[in-house]
Design a protein around this ligand. Structure first.
Ligand SMILES: NC(=O)c1ccc[n+]([C@@H]2O[C@H](COP(=O)([O-])OP(=O)(O)OC[C@H]3O[C@@H](n4cnc5c(N)ncnc54)[C@H](OP(=O)(O)O)[C@@H]3O)[C@@H](O)[C@H]2O)c1
Length: 318
């Protein structure tokens, strides 16, 4: 395992995302929540993963509970998130305390604002986050899904640097490369890449005839896994396979290594099995050649994948 040392912290370049734990929308079922999730955490620890990400929103707190039970007091770096439907300071502090209880930790390591909520003044949200830190409920404050402008504003309102910005970042969603990653790299911050496998699309196991199951990925508002996109992504999957075969690596490992080739960036893939965690953790030790990184970016850049509102509308029509 390789580690990122930044702002006095040392966290594994591959962390574990736990949205899947207990979440109905992933469709993994009760046996997964009660048994496999524990095996996943155990395997992650064995593989040197020390960074675990969850959120109060995941399965309405159940993901935090499962993670807390599985960790059972073992000291790692735990990140969770506040769901900013009503981001007022007293509520943020109360919600952080509830998360800490569910996680069974004395202190959360990183408390993140899950999304910016433009319906409320940003000042109130950051006042709440400051309170949480001052009260010792968290060591660090982070943001998630923030543009560079909002991220800098959050720092100003907090009165000190936030540690991280957790954003969608993978081969087919490369926007953070433009501004967020350069900012993180020159300011001792961390980019936490979520959905680094594009929710399984980049693993190469899905195709137009074999689409992923579960509400989350069959949702028309999430057209990434539509048959159109799966067909259009095939040149990239082929390239991941070809490059993987020269390294003895899977397409998923190559896709994760591409994410990790960016400075100050860690990835938090979710997993449906402990075997996936082994593979994902091993990806931290895979180094791609410069020309391989460029080739993958070029192929990914040439794909016309439907996403966002346009893609959702198209998926609805279908
Ligand atoms: N801040 C935010 O707004 C936000 C949003 C989304 C996610 N997140 C966080 O980021 C984490 C990861 O994102 P994500 O779960 O959306 O997407 P992801 O990590 O890109 O995809 C996870 C899925 O890919 C498949 N997979 C994982 N490893 C694999 C491997 N080695 N080989 C083949 N398939 C593999 C598994 O699904 P199957 O086996 O079923 O195919 C797994 O559930 C979440 O758990 C959550 O903690 C944060």
């Amino acid at each position: 395992m390789r580690y990122l040392e930044t702002a006095g912290e040392k966290i594994s370049k591959i962390g574990l995302g736990t949205w899947q734990f207990g979440s109905r929308e992933w469709g993994y079922g009760e046996d997964y929540a009660n048994r496999e999730a524990h095996a996943i955490v155990e395997r992650a620890l064995e593989m040197g993963i020390n960074f675990f990400d969850t959120a109060e929103a995941y399965a309405r707190g159940r993901s935090e509970e499962i993670l807390g039970r599985a960790l059972d007091g073992r000291r790692v770096f735990v990140a969770t998130k506040f769901l900013p439907i009503v981001p007022l300071p007293a509520r943020i502090e109360r919600k952080a305390q509830e998360s800490r209880r569910r996680l069974q930790v004395e202190q959360i390591d990183l408390y993140q604002m899950h999304w910016p909520n433009p319906a409320f003044p940003a000042r109130l949200g950051m006042e709440g986050m400051r309170r949480v830190r001052t009260a010792g409920i968290t060591r660090h404050v982070g943001v998630s899904n923030y543009s560079l402008r909002r991220w800098k504003q959050a720092d100003e309102l907090l009165g000190s640097p936030t540690l991280s910005n957790q954003v969608l970042f993978n081969l087919v969603r490369r926007q953070p490369v433009r501004k967020l990653i350069p900012f993180a790299a020159s300011n001792d911050r961390i980019i936490i890449a979520y959905s680094p496998l594009a929710q399984g699309l980049l693993s190469g196991k899905y195709s137009p005839d074999n689409q992923p199951q579960g509400m989350r990925r069959r949702n028309p508002l999430n057209p990434l896994a539509s048959s159109t996109n799966l067909a259009r992504a095939m040149p990239l999957i082929e390239a991941l396979r070809r490059i993987g075969s020269t390294h003895g690596a899977t397409p998923a490992q190559v896709a994760l290594s591409w994410v990790l080739s960016h400075p100050n960036t860690v990835a938090i893939p979710g997993a449906s099995s402990a075997a996936q965690v082994t593979q994902n953790a091993e990806a931290a030790d895979l180094t791609l050649a410069e020309d391989e990184i460029i080739r993958l970016s070029d192929i990914a850049g040439s794909l016309d994948l439907k996403g966002g509102i346009r893609g959702a509308a198209e998926a609805m029509r279908r």
